[in-house]
Design a protein around this ligand. Structure first.
Ligand SMILES: [Zn+2]
Length: 388
């Protein structure tokens, strides 16, 4: 199942603008009333409903009753995250909704989506609000699951959650995916062959380093508001650039998955720590790599193509010899087996071992030089940032 949210900018006519404005005001009031009731220790949906539903219905008789339902749902959500936060921090302020101006819409009673406009149930009957569609063609055959109306700087937006059922492909093999600081290493394992690919993402490291230095110099040369503003500007830019490369890399990998018709196998993240033990400095760098993000990009893009990822316990994936099974101590970039003297790139061995955790084929014929000469695909960003 694929889920994606898309944002559309609404373009209401003048008379509907006033209706939307009123709807937001009163909906906010409803949510606030719910939060007030919850402050008296009513925290279950059932009791909240019993305590407040009738009252709100009487107070807002012109509004479709489902707004009361979604206001209750929203208040419960706000309260839940408030409680989670106040457990972590002392002196949390009571929950408020001053910052968030959002209306949760029920997908069967409050709005009807079509490409180009929505029909919205309001206190003044149904209104139709148009919006522009740009590059949303991919969602045309998806189903609509819920939505939110959002007001931001006096503009109105519709956030729609789309859902699509995916038909799973029958894989012909596996692909072990090992994520590292400078590369994502792939081992394609099929009944009759093993193939290795290294996706070079070392540019991420380069970008990281440049921005790290930039941050240091900002910290040294500026202070106060200016420092804060510059730091947040550059960290936003860094994230964007790193993200662009990670998206490109995961697309490359998803295309390989589709072409080879293989099931992705990745490591469960809790094991990633014991992959490397090169001291503090190395570990800090490694942990800065957004593993979870890369994994989710890959698994999403693979799923779009009909291949569901599997997560395996990564214990010993960097230590076990894929040829003889001996457990070795990882040492440097080259994996060396002390028993059978097999040698190869450490990351490719790890990727191979990850795939083998799910393989039913046992030892495989290894083409000569398969590990010495893997296919290398370099993933680069859009060019250097001039300002750095
Ligand atoms: Zn060995």
């Amino acid at each position: 199942m694929l889920n994606e949210t898309c944002r559309f900018k609404l373009e209401p006519q003048a008379e509907n603008l006033a209706i939307l404005d009123e709807l937001f005001k009163n909906y906010c009031k409803m949510v606030k009333e719910c939060l007030k009731a919850m402050h008296l220790n009513i925290t279950s949906r059932k009791r909240l409903h019993e305590a407040i539903y009738k009252e709100l219905r009487t107070e807002y008789p012109d509004y479709p009753s489902h707004y009361v339902y979604t206001a209750i749902t929203q208040a419960l959500g706000i309260f839940k995250s408030y409680r989670r936060l106040s457990r972590n921090r002392k002196n949390n302020k009571p929950p408020s909704i001053n910052g968030s101006i959002t209306i949760l819409l029920d997908d069967t009673h409050l709005f009807w989506f079509s490409w180009g406009n929505i029909k919205l149930a309001t206190h003044k009957g149904h209104i139709i609000v148009p919006f522009k569609i740009h590059e949303h063609a991919k969602f045309y055959d998806w189903s609509v699951k819920g939505s939110r109306l959002v007001r931001s700087n006096d503009e109105y937006y519709l956030h729609v959650s789309f859902r699509k059922e995916i038909i799973e492909e029958e894989p012909l093999g596996l692909i072990g995916i090992d994520i590292n600081e400078k590369s994502i290493d792939l081992a394609i394992v099929k009944p009759d062959k093993v193939r290795f690919i290294k996706v070079d993402i070392s540019e991420v490291k380069y970008i990281r380093y440049r921005y790290y230095r930039k941050r240091k110099s900002i910290q040294a040369k500026t202070s106060g508001e200016k420092r804060k503003r510059l730091l947040s500007k550059y960290s936003g830019r860094e994230r964007e650039r790193v993200d662009a490369i990670l998206h490109k890399a995961s697309k490359v990998i998803a295309e390989i998955i589709e072409e080879e018709h293989v099931k992705p196998v990745m490591e469960k993240l809790k094991n990633i720590r014991d992959k490397i033990d090169y001291g503090r400095k190395m570990n800090r760098r490694l942990h800065a790599m957004p593993f979870r993000k890369i994994q989710s990009y890959i698994s999403y893009k693979a799923m779009e193509r009909g291949f569901n990822s599997e997560m395996v316990d990564a214990k010993n994936t960097s230590r076990r010899c894929p040829i003889c099974g001996e457990l070795n101590k990882p040492n440097g970039h080259v994996f060396k087996c002390r028993r059978c003297y097999f040698q190869a790139d450490r990351h490719l061995v790890a990727a191979w071992n990850i795939a083998m955790k799910r393989s039913m084929w046992g030892a495989l014929p290894l083409p000569p030089k398969a590990l010495d000469e893997p296919l290398i695909i370099e993933v680069k960003g859009k060019g250097r940032d001039e300002s750095l």
